[in-house]
Design a binder for this molecule. Structure first.
Ligand code: AMP
Length: 396
């Protein structure tokens, strides 16, 4: 399949799958990183004289359309960033959309409504997905896949549609794959991975897979407490996944056997409740009170994580060290992010949420080696899984 840069798309209608899944609160976009990351491919297609039908998702709608998950604010922001009208029909398919798309002139853009409002987009039934993909294929003569944050999903617009049209990957997906490949194939050592966030179950498989590849593995966030409980410690009312305890014990053992430096916190910031004004207290990891929950790693832990990170030549980071959204519990994430900006080597921030976290804490994109737009997708790539959206584009 020829690369996008060499395909002639003059006067052609292109279906472009983007990842425009940005955090929105009360109709206001909180971080437009993923929209900005989608611009180069859109601009390339415009410069080639194509017209573009963009599809993207927002959140995880369960029962069809809702106002909160409409892409309408995204259409507005995209239009501002491109300095160009972005037509927004407010639907995905139907007569009005077909008419609007059919009348597109070269250089014009339509953004379809949240593609996940259509239940067939995410259906487990291949026939349903294919039938929906055929409806979408009728909109265009060429498909470009550029929504990296969704490539781990076997969804109609990601996996089934590219089979129905000539296709190519966009520049964002190309860049993401190049960076992740360098991490999996030949990382400069020492290689450190920092994993945080809320759930252990999301990250256990990646931890297991990475243990054989990394020199340092640092654990932060809500995950910490499943690890501490597995070591027999009191964790109070902290987040915990009891069904993971045995697996976590096995991982701790495996890290020892492989000689991986597994970093767990030695101090914790606790509070009586999960709220922004809950009074924080710093305690040793052996003295978490029964009626308090851990909401951040403590300063001693953060300092020791930072020191290890600074020794690394390659670092991948996914997931905050604490509840960074509350200023009382953001210090651990900030210290680790700061260290990441100072390493002499390649730092990769993986995930839209982690990227939004470092921006919210005042860091600039340019302070990191690479900011990936896909959290789940980059983790699954590092796990060594074949990602449906990359398979469909011939990239896996
Ligand atoms: P994830 O989507 O799994 O990366 O999780 C990100 C979320 O984890 C953020 O919204 C944080 O507020 C949350 N988080 C981080 N540390 C903790 C903790 N100690 N307890 C509860 N939630 C946490």
């Amino acid at each position: 399949m020829p690369g996008l840069s060499t395909v002639d798309l003059k006067g052609k209608r292109v279906f472009l799958r983007c990842d425009l899944n940005v955090p929105i609160k009360d109709g206001v976009i909180k971080d437009d990183g993923r929209i900005k990351a989608s611009l180069p491919t859109i601009q390339l297609l415009l410069s080639k004289g194509a017209s573009i039908v963009i599809a993207a998702h927002l959140g995880r709608p369960k029962d069809g359309p809702t106002a909160e998950l409409s892409l309408s604010p995204v259409a507005k922001r995209l239009s501002e960033l491109l300095n160009k009208e972005v037509k927004f029909p407010g639907e995905i398919t139907g007569k009005a959309v077909t008419k609007l798309v059919g009348a597109l002139m070269p250089g014009e853009i339509v953004l379809l409504e949240n593609i996940r409002f259509a239940p067939d987009e995410t259906s487990k039934d291949e026939a349903q997905r294919t039938s929906f993909a055929k409806e979408l294929a009728a909109f265009a003569e060429f498909y470009v896949g550029d929504g990296f944050g969704a490539v781990h999903r076997k969804h109609a617009s990601v996996f089934d549609l590219p089979k129905l049209l000539p296709h190519a990957s966009g520049s964002l997906i190309d860049a993401e794959v190049t960076v992740l490949k360098s991490l999996t194939e030949n990382p400069e050592r020492p290689y450190g991975v920092i994993l945080g966030g809320a759930k252990t179950s999301d990250k256990l498989a990646v931890i297991e897979n990475l243990l054989a590849k990394v020199d340092v593995l640092a654990i932060g966030g809500g995950m910490v407490f499943t690890f501490l409980k597995a070591q027999g410690k009191e964790i109070g009312t902290s987040l915990v996944e009891n069904e993971m305890l045995e697996e976590v014990k096995a991982l701790i053992e495996k890290a020892k056997q492989l000689g991986v430096t597994l970093l767990l916190p030695t101090d914790i910031v606790v509070a009586p409740s999960f709220s922004s004004d809950a009074p924080p207290t710093l305690v040793s990891v052996d003295e978490i009170p029964r009626d308090q929950m851990g909401l951040d790693i403590g300063p001693e832990s953060a300092k020791s994580y930072a020191a290890q990170i600074l020794l690394c030549k390659t670092v991948f980071w996914n997931g905050p060290m604490g509840v960074f959204e509350f200023s009382n519990f953001a210090a651990g994430t900030k210290t680790v992010a700061q260290a990441l900006t100072q390493i002499k080597g390649m730092s990769v921030v993986g995930g839209g949420d982690s990227a939004a976290a470092v921006r919210a804490l005042g860091f600039q994109d340019s302070q990191f080696g690479y900011i990936s737009t896909g959290g789940g997708a980059s983790l699954e790539y590092l796990e060594g899984k074949q990602l449906p959206g990359l398979v469909a584009l011939g990239l896996a």
